[in-house]
Write a protein that binds this ligand. Structure first.
Ligand SMILES: [Zn+2]
Length: 243
């Protein structure tokens, strides 16, 4: 790079601010007067997944929490504080938990200490990352057979990223602040996956959106199909079939 990347970023910011103000003189004064975003985005820290940019939205539109591999743990006070502020105070209408293809966290959780994958122990990264990625490794163990059946490394990482989003959505749906808002004012929770290779976001059909059309009988059900599996909702609950 010809120029120091920080200095380049500052000059780029200057140009952007000038362009936005020229385009709409009221843009920054309005932005400075307060925020009322309708979306809380929980995503990965990956530089290729900047939520506002990939959604084609603007500053002020999306309240955000991103961490390595978009892991939602019930005991993580950082994530919990962001959720509570967004849901109880900003009163967002949607929570979007979004994983992505080619996630380094998923690849690391799939990496084995022995070559060839599958049979070996976890490959250690050192530092705090092994601890942080523990939930992903637990998912890997719980779904080892299905994951090992996927021959392609990239596809296996995508499947683990999907499973991670599903697990995170389950945690969100058990969060008391979220449960109250879903019940009292129709807050919606969505799980999706960003395909870096195409720029498209794919809704995984999980969260509050699936409608439980039938109660009690269990004779009718609704199916939500994903790339590698299908969720079946019936009167008694939901199940995931992985192919
Ligand atoms: Zn990632």
């Amino acid at each position: 790079m010809a120029q120091d990347s920080y200095l380049y970023a500052l000059s780029s910011n200057n140009a952007w601010a000038g362009y936005k103000a020229h385009q709409n003189p009221n843009f920054f004064p309005k932005l400075a007067s307060g925020q009322s975003p309708q979306i809380l985005w929980l995503g990965c820290s990956d530089s290729r997944c900047p939520e506002t940019t990939i959604l084609g939205l603007q500053p002020g539109d999306v309240f955000t929490h991103r961490n390595v591999a978009n892991i939602v743990s019930p005991t993580d006070i950082n994530t919990a504080a962001v959720i509570e502020y967004a849901v109880a105070h900003l009163r967002v209408r949607h929570i979007v938990l979004c994983g992505h293809t080619a996630c380094g966290g998923a690849a690391a959780a799939l990496a084995s200490s022995s070559d060839g994958g599958g049979g070996g122990g976890n490959k250690r990264l050192g530092g705090v990352l092994d601890t942080w990625l523990t939930p992903l490794r637990a998912l890997r163990s719980a779904h080892r057979e299905a994951l090992d059946a996927i021959a392609d490394d990239a596809a296996r990482a995508v499947r683990l990223a999907e499973l991670n989003v599903e697990a995170g959505v389950r945690v969100l749906m058990e969060n008391e602040v979220v449960r109250e808002a879903v019940r009292d004012r129709g807050l919606e929770v969505h799980g999706c996956l960003f395909d870096i290779g195409s720029g498209r976001i794919r809704d995984l059909g999980i969260g509050t959106r699936p409608k439980r059309t039938v109660r009690g009988s269990g004779t009718e059900s609704e199916e939500v199909r994903g790339t590698h599996g299908q969720l079946v909702f019936n009167g008694s609950g939901a199940s995931l079939a992985v192919r």
